[in-house]
Design a protein around this ligand. Structure first.
Ligand SMILES: Cc1ncc(COP(=O)(O)O)c(C=O)c1O
Length: 457
């Protein structure tokens, strides 16, 4: 497999990083100053990065500095920044029809995209798509549909979960940081321990634990923990994203499937971050051979335009009557055109295999770094969804505050974002079109930042 950059990547984006001034430069500072005056401070901007253009796996700031991107815009630009196929689809669509009135009218591309999603859905068994405008909206659709279908009103979510920032999706977030000051939250959501084996909730070791965390859900929470046996759905991330790129043991998804079957509730698979080649599979749940009742996608399925989709088995989705759910902009021309183009690109160029191959290479290198540096506690992931957990020491596993490492990497030209319940996990999740050479350059910069930080400790 050719692991170089695709030929369409712009010349400026091939030599990375390429810093002309120390960031933030004067133009960036001007933008940031105005932004701070007029834009909400709710955003979590940890460092002073400005965006002007992107191509492949590179992004340029307002001062012409070129950064290597290890975030893919939070797993949105899986087929690369400025992918010409996606850009052309957006331009053509803008000329034709921006808003498609999906609430009241039919529209060819929406049907085409939904047909493709049905074909590539797990087992080809989820055939009905509701289009919304964000991941959180996809989650809300799944809450509503699972209640409507089962007549239940309770849900299981997991500790460390993230499903969005509004309504029930926010109620299912487990970090206080996201919820503080915004309650009260909807009743009926119960939290179970996600199998975070590096920091087992029960101080056990896998596999001798025999998945005690799932027993605790089945025999503890569901029997004596508060739910009234009125479960509508269980929301699962097949790899926990914001929770810290946590890969559960292989037993986890099959046991969740069985639990839902036994309790006659719906299994909702949130693949908003893990889907569409990110982990080396079209959907990560495919790797366990699990067919959920509802699949959620967002991020990469919009090609950079806001989208969120709730894809369900016909037997479930078809209980909704006209008017049961709706959205003014859901399924709008721009997001459907861009998303359909990006998904087709991902499939036609087999970005799943590319993600697997590059991911194996990155995992090998990162594990070598783990052996070398005391502050790298854990390296885990699949494909190009890799988490590197930073700690004060391997023995204590005490989380290390990482913005300093993040800032060091940024000043050297590498854009990295973090995740994790303690905010101490770096995500290695670049656009999947990144070349192996660029991936190595990024890992080298990351190593430098780790080395300098450790030396100062
Ligand atoms: C797993 C998962 N679900 C839902 C969401 C929410 O998506 P959005 O930010 O588009 O509302 C996210 C966003 O990071 C996510 O990672």
């Amino acid at each position: 497999m050719d692991l170089g950059l695709p030929e369409w990547v712009a010349d400026w984006a091939r030599k990375v990083p390429n810093l002309k001034v120390a960031p933030p430069g004067p133009k960036s500072k001007e933008i940031i100053e105005k932004d701070r005056k007029y834009v909400s401070h709710a955003y979590d901007r940890l460092f002073q990065f400005t965006m002007t253009r992107g191509s492949g796996a590179a992004i340029m700031d307002a001062d012409g500095n070129v950064f290597l991107d290890f975030s893919a815009g939070i797993s949105v630009l899986n087929a690369g920044w400025g992918n010409p196929v996606v850009v052309k689809a957006i331009k053509d669509q803008a000329d034709r029809l921006v808003h498609s009135l999906a609430n009241d009218a039919y529209y060819d591309l929406e049907a085409d995209y939904a047909e493709l999603l049905a074909k590539i859905s797990p087992g080809g068994q989820l055939g009905s798509t509701f289009f919304g405008n964000s991941g959180a909206e996809a989650v809300e659709a799944a809450i509503k549909l699972s209640r409507y279908y089962t007549k239940g009103s309770e849900h299981i979510a997991f500790m460390g979960a993230y499903h969005g920032r509004v309504g029930n999706a926010l109620a299912m977030a487990s970090r206080i940081k996201y919820k503080y000051g915004h309650g009260p939250y909807a009743p009926g959501i119960y939290f179970a321990p996600y199998p975070y084996c590096y920091r087992c909730w029960f101080n056990q070791e896998y596999p001798s634990c025999n998945m005690l965390c799932i027993d605790y859900l089945e025999k503890g929470i569901l029997e004596f923990g508060g739910p009234s046996n009125d479960l509508a759905s269980i929301f699962v991330e097949p790899i926990q994203g914001e929770g810290g790129y946590i890969v559960p043991p292989k037993e986890f998804l099959p046991r969740m499937r069985k639990l839902c079957d036994d309790r006659k509730c719906l299994l909702v698979m949130d693949e908003i971050q893990s889907g569409l080649a990110r982990t080396g599979e079209v959907w990560e749940c495919n790797s366990a051979g699990i067919i959920p009742d509802i699949l959620l996608t967002g991020k990469a399925s919009g090609g950079g335009i806001p989208i969120g989709m709730c894809i369900a088995k016909h037997s479930i989705a078809d209980v909704w009557r006209p008017g049961s759910h709706s959205s003014t902009f859901g399924g709008n021309g721009m997001s459907v055109a861009a998303g359909y183009a990006q998904v087709k690109y991902i499939l036609e160029h087999d970005l799943m295999t590319r993600s697997k191959v590059l991911g194996q290479h990155a995992m090998k290198r990162l594990n070598e770094l783990r052996a070398k540096y005391e502050i790298i506690g854990d390296v885990r992931g699949k494909g190009l969804m890799i988490g590197v957990e930073i700690v004060k020491s391997k023995k204590t596993k005490e989380p290390l505050y990482v913005p300093q490492i993040q800032g060091l990497a940024w000043r050297k030209g590498l854009m990295m974002i973090t995740a994790g319940m303690f905010g101490n996990v770096f995500r290695i999740a670049p656009p999947i079109v990144i070349s192996q050479e660029q991936l190595d350059i990024g890992i080298d910069i990351f190593e430098q930042a780790i080395k300098e930080t450790q030396a100062k400790m």
